[in-house]
Design a protein around this ligand. Structure first.
Ligand code: ASP
Length: 332
């Protein structure tokens, strides 16, 4: 059987998105059991290859694989032969030789996960590639919105839902993948950013503004992005500086942060999201714990269930059914 991959939301397709969102409901149910573990992927091996820092994505993939009873290898660049100059290809081929069914890859180079599909027979899951894509973040965000809006169930759409994605769009792989997922589900997406933090090529089907205050009253989902200081430094500005992209952080925050005033203007029903890690005081100047619509902790919790659904979708064989495996508790 040819390995299946999750590289980007666009390639995974709207049907794949729906399938994973529906599977996630079953995984949430597994996670609520006293023993949140099922034998669905017993005998499979998942390798986490993280060449860039990660807290949520790496830990949640590890947890997800273990809850499905897969064996997990976690590769940490700091203590590997990458430090002796081993290439990405040699690293993949070496680890694959140990018998791996899926690699979760995070890499600073955009496109690295596509490249890796040529070097191994295993399924590849993009855990974030450079500025480019972060499809499992987008899936967990879509699942979180679907739950918060009470729009669960097969064939969910976000028709009429107004989503504003605010901040450093240019350097954000989360923004790119979330535009794809929210548009695929039918939401109306507006990008809110200074012109200098917008990509040169804008995705089709979205509105763009640099005036958050003009749209804040109408938003159903306010999705705040982290200011990606490390990528701005990659692009040539001095480390930790905004270079010429924004005049000062204070000015940026005055125009684009969720301030107490803007939080008051948000509709009571409005949902507030952030992929983490948050730069408190920069893009968010209120305590999310005090916002009734904040979903930030729920996003993290859903990350495990969504990644279980992704692993199950890619790795469970055609004869493996949800009812057969997910309903049976692991004895291990
Ligand atoms: N954790 C997300 C990512 O890896 C968002 C961020 O870092 O700003 O892209």
């Amino acid at each position: 059987m040819t390995a299946r991959h999750l590289l980007s939301i666009a390639e995974f397709g709207a049907a794949g998105v729906q399938r994973v969102l529906d599977l996630t409901d079953h995984m949430v149910a597994v996670n609520q059991r006293p023993n949140p573990k099922v034998p669905a992927l017993r005998g499979r091996t998942v390798c986490n290859l993280f060449f860039e820092d990660s807290t949520r994505t790496r830990l949640s993939f590890e947890t997800a694989a273990k809850r499905l009873s897969a064996d997990v290898m976690t590769f940490s660049v700091g203590s590997s032969s990458v430090n002796k100059g081993e290439s990405l290809r040699d690293t993949i081929e070496t680890v694959a030789a140990m018998g791996v069914d899926a690699f979760v890859i995070r890499h600073r180079s955009s496109g690295a996960p596509w490249q890796v599909t040529r070097w191994t027979e295993a399924s590849i899951i993009n855990g974030g590639d450079g500025w480019h894509a972060h499809p499992t973040q987008a899936l967990l965000d879509a699942y979180t919105v679907r739950g918060a809006l009470g729009r669960g169930g097969a064939g969910t759409t976000f028709d009429g839902v107004r989503v504003a994605i605010v901040g450093d769009i240019k350097h954000s792989r989360v923004a790119r993948s979330n535009v794809e997922v929210f548009c695929a589900l039918g939401a109306d997406v507006t990008l809110v950013a200074p012109r200098t933090l917008l990509p040169p090529e804008l995705p089709t089907g979205v509105e763009v503004t640099s005036d958050l205050d003009a749209v804040i009253d109408e938003i159903d989902v306010l999705y705040l992005l982290r200011m990606q200081n490390e990528r701005i430094s990659d692009a040539g500005a001095p480390k930790g500086a905004m270079g010429t992209l924004v005049p000062t952080i204070r000015e940026y925050s005055a125009r684009f942060a969720l301030t107490p005033e803007r939080a008051r203007r948000l509709g009571e029903h409005a949902l507030v999201m952030h992929p983490g890690p948050m730069n408190r005081g920069v893009e968010i100047q209120v305590d999310p714990a005090e916002l009734p619509g904040a979903l930030i902790t729920r996003q993290v919790a859903n990350g495990v269930a969504v990644r279980m659904a992704v692993l199950f979708d890619l790795l469970a064989g055609p004869t493996t059914t949800m009812t057969g495996l997910v309903s049976e508790e692991a004895t291990a």
